[in-house]
Design a protein around this ligand. Structure first.
Ligand code: MRU
Length: 352
């Protein structure tokens, strides 16, 4: 299957597929400073929790390169300022904080500031490699959940574009397909930014996996008619008790799944687990610009003068979740105990 590489380090620059131009155009942008990376994250040219975690790590490596000092205190101060700014680019996905903190921890351990830029760049490469490896393991762990001849529904985009490679929920779908299973895939449009219609649909077409695009509000009908065998989505942050922040509309999918006895799974690397938050209501929810709701592409669709809210994520309580597929295995209730174990065994997560 073709490998989609959304993030690459090339000749001292961060090269990204501009996800706002997909699916009509595949445009690469080259970023030269950490401020440019922050801007790309805010504008969602790069998006998806693991992908923005990786981009944030490269942004820290750029900040280290551009700090231009041999004094350790000055160097660390420059990195702290950068980490704070990068950390605020988007608030919900914990992977940004996780990536930035990991880079900062390493920077503090380096005595020779002259070597720090190279060492931090190596660390960013390692974070990228580890994320792709984690995704492949998530695929292996989860592929048995989609039975041959069945069907699966996914929301938003959780594929290679949203990660360092391969994907989380979409990685599970891909792994099951690669195993030889054949099943029906439903991808929701994912209003208002249309990550499903633009990005998941594009990835599935690239991979050659036949799939059907549906509007978000059709999930109830499809599930009530028994057309959906299971639902698998990604996550932007998982609280210690297993509550999951993910793309707006995920909670509705989970509630409809429970009502219709459809198993609902979350797939995410352990770097998405935040053990410092005991429950989902503590997860910050990003509110984005009203124009994303008021327009379709460049066409205004909402009546001028109407008030608009655009929360980009929602919280699915752990009671709706049949299991969280991580690179350390499928974590099930009791989540407090079992997520803490997965974080200890895995590549990370934010520890309490
Ligand atoms: O606003 P986005 O497009 O960054 O939101 C992405 C999602 O909600 C994904 O489901 C999540 O980040 C997991 S990506 C593997």
């Amino acid at each position: 299957m073709p490998e989609i590489k959304a993030i690459e380090w090339e000749a001292g620059k961060l090269k990204l597929i501009d996800q706002t131009a997909l699916p009509l155009e595949t445009i690469y942008i080259e970023l030269e400073s950490y401020s440019e990376v922050i801007d790309a994250i805010r504008r969602m040219k790069v998006r998806g929790a693991p992908a923005i975690g990786v981009a944030a790590a490269y942004a820290m490596a750029m900040a280290a390169r551009d700090a231009n000092t041999t004094d350790k205190a000055t160097f660390l101060e420059a990195l702290r300022v950068a980490s704070h700014r990068i950390g605020q680019a988007r608030p919900t996905a914990v992977n940004i904080t996780w990536g930035v903190e990991r880079m900062l921890r390493l920077a503090k351990q380096i005595d020779d500031v002259g070597q720090a830029p190279d060492l931090l760049l190596e660390e960013a490469h390692r974070i990228q490699r580890e994320d792709e490896e984690a995704n492949r393991r998530i695929g292996t762990e989860g592929k048995g959940l989609i039975p041959n001849g069945g069907s699966v529904l996914t929301h938003c985009n959780t594929g290679a574009l949203a990660t360092a490679g391969y994907g989380t929920a979409l990685g599970v779908i891909r792994a099951s397909w690669e195993e030889g299973n054949r099943f029906q895939v439903f991808a929701t449009e994912t209003r208002p930014f249309l990550q499903g219609a633009r990005l998941t649909a594009w990835e599935l077409v690239q991979l050659g996996i036949p799939a059907t695009l549906v509007v978000d509000s059709s999930v109830g009908l499809l599930m009530s008619r028994g057309e959906v065998g299971c639902a698998i989505v990604g996550a932007d942050r998982i609280a210690a008790n297993g509550d999951v922040a993910n793309k707006i509309g995920t909670y509705q999918v989970a509630v409809l799944a429970k009502e219709n006895h459809v198993p609902f799974y979350v797939a995410a690397p352990t770097s998405t687990i935040d053990l410092t938050l005991s429950a989902g209501d503590q997860i910050p929810i990003e509110e984005r610009h009203p124009d994303e709701v008021a327009t379709l592409g460049s066409i205004r669709t909402a009546a001028p003068g109407i008030g608009i809210r655009n929360p980009a994520f929602d919280i699915t309580p752990h009671t709706y979740i049949a299991g969280i597929i991580t690179e350390e295995g499928i974590v099930k209730a009791p989540y407090v105990e079992n997520l803490a174990k997965a974080v200890t065994q895995g590549q990370g997560g934010v520890r309490a």
